[in-house]
Every structure is written in structure tokens, then in C-alpha cells.
Unconditional design. Structure first.
Length: 118
């Protein structure tokens, strides 16, 4: 696993810190998730998505269903990225963004983290 880029986005006081990785296995994805969870103890959510040669996965990590893992996954898919993953650490800023706001924020954070290396 190799960290390719990070990007921080702030939307209505919520911080979205996107980590863009090159990964080759589900195990690496799990290690990244666990490591980020330890590093960001105060973060509320760490949704992610990754695409490998023969499998893919995504997680909303307790965000409302479909608002975070899917938009991240769609960014990877649109750019036809294989053996890549994006993990987005979210710190809640006290203002609810709503489903549409969350979806846009996660998509934008993933896109910006990837675009520097694309």
C-alpha cells in the first residue's frame, strides 16, 4: 500500500480529509481503515471505497446509506482506477449537511484527492 495523496475539504465547518492510496488487497484496505481510525480518534466517520483487479468494496461507516461510500466509489469507477482506494475521514462541524450535502462533499473530497495524481 502506498499513500498517493491527501486532500482536506471544509464544508459548513465539517472537515473531510481524503486519503488516496494504491492498494493490492482487501487486507491492505482493512489495515488502512484501522490505522486511520487510530490516528483520528475524534472523527465521526471514515467511509471508503476501493477497486481491485477482481473485487471492489465500499462503506458508508454509519453515515446515511448511499451518501458516502457510493459517491467515493463512483469517482474511482469514472476514472477507471484499479488497485486504488479512497478513505475520507470526517470531523462533524455541528451543522447537518443533509443527504445531498454529504454526497457532494464526499464526492468532491475524493475527486480532489485523486485529481492531483490523475
Amino acid at each position: 500500500m502506498k499513500l498517493l495523496n491527501t486532500y482536506e475539504l471544509v464544508v459548513k465547518k465539517s472537515r473531510f480529509v481524503a486519503y488516496y492510496y494504491e492498494i493490492t488487497s482487501k487486507e491492505e484496505a482493512k489495515i488502512i481503515y484501522e490505522t486511520l481510525k487510530k490516528e483520528h480518534k475524534k472523527a465521526k466517520h471514515i467511509p471508503y471505497a476501493y477497486i481491485l483487479e477482481n473485487t471492489a468494496s465500499k462503506s458508508d461507516d454509519k453515515e446515511p446509506s448511499g451518501t458516502s461510500g457510493m459517491p467515493i466509489y463512483q469517482v474511482l469507477e469514472q476514472k477507471k482506477l484499479i488497485n486504488r482506494g479512497v478513505f475520507v475521514v470526517r470531523y462533524f462541524g455541528g451543522i447537518k449537511l443533509g443527504a445531498g450535502g454529504l454526497t457532494r462533499a464526499y464526492r468532491e473530497a475524493a475527486n480532489l484527492a485523486i485529481s492531483k495524481n490523475f
